[in-house]
Design a binder for this molecule. Sequence first.
Ligand code: OVM
Length: 401
Amino acid sequence: MPNGHTATSEPIPVLDLDPFSDAFLTGPDPYHEVLREAGPVVYLERYGVWAMARYAHVHEALRDHETYCSSAGVGISDFRKEKPWRPPSLLLEADPPAHDRARRVAARALPPRVVRELRPEFLRRAEELVRSLLARGSFDAVPALAEAYPLRVFGDAAGLPAEGRENLLAYGTMVFNVFGPRNRVFEESTAAAEPVRAWIAEHCEREALSPDGLGARIWAAVDTGEISREEAALLVRSLFSAGVDTTVSTLAAAVLLFATHPRQWEVLRTDPSLAGNALEEVIRYASPVQTFFRTTTREVEVEGRRIPAGEKVLLFLGAANRDPRQWDRAGEFDITRRIGAHVGFGSGIHNCVGAAFARVEGEALVSVLARRVTGWESTGDPIPRPNNTLRAFASLPVRIW
Ligand code: OVM
């Protein structure tokens, strides 16, 4: 329980709001404001966890990996008390020094040169996709665009066969739901992914991956003796866990924002070189990855509020990315703004290892859309897909011309 008001510590508001309820997950913005304005730290009594939603504190916690550790899991489950649902990620659910060794291998699979060389292929696939979408006119942008494009370009780059790669979607949805409590979306996505788990495990193995893809680049570290075969398979699993649903959520958010902000679309269409900044603003504004937990390794004080050692702290990346203390007109979608250091890809030693890949992948598609699409409109209600970590959509009916 939070400490009371004493001479040496400020009181911490106790809130009964449920950040994993359908209402919160499908419409987080007003709740984010409540969390930010309640104070630097709040206590969520329903789950017995602490939370921070202001940019300065989320940013600080992400960068202080010694105080806010990841090895107890970055979901609500405390790996020191509960058995992890799968062998922990060598990257996400690890602390230095083990983390750093795995991170070096993963980063080496995705160096700037490799990412740069993928861009022409991303552009070709984007052109091909956008041409076919313009021919259709009306479509559901979740399957037809937000899912189709990453499955193609990420699947090819990773070195996966065409057959079965859609299994990445159900797997990723489960991974991100399981960071939360055992609610309906946790249970349903776990059941839905059960049939694809064997396929995922098989495709983490060297024999299943093409010899020139990102998966093979990770496996190459086995030959140099840097990692074991088991570790290579786990690192490829990280690629599959984090590489698709995040991008799908980003592109779905982009479509919805473009369809509902026609003046912004006009600005982008007039100057397609803004595509990279537009994508960055989508990530800041929508924060496809909404939250991660950390676990305190010591008692810590945040602006005079004390959090005890060994406690789970929920970091609201999505709320931090719209903190008016950090951005002017934080709640406005503005593709021309100077965005600076948003936390949509995290920050500090765990910052997204695939960020450069994701940025080139997204920028390629957004720039092709900017050059080929005159306008967008929603042709039906967007249907959110509540997820314990991602801001995601099930359906986005649109028309383009
Ligand atoms: C991993 C992993 C899984 C989900 C997300 C993530 C955002 C990493 O398995 O390493 O990073």
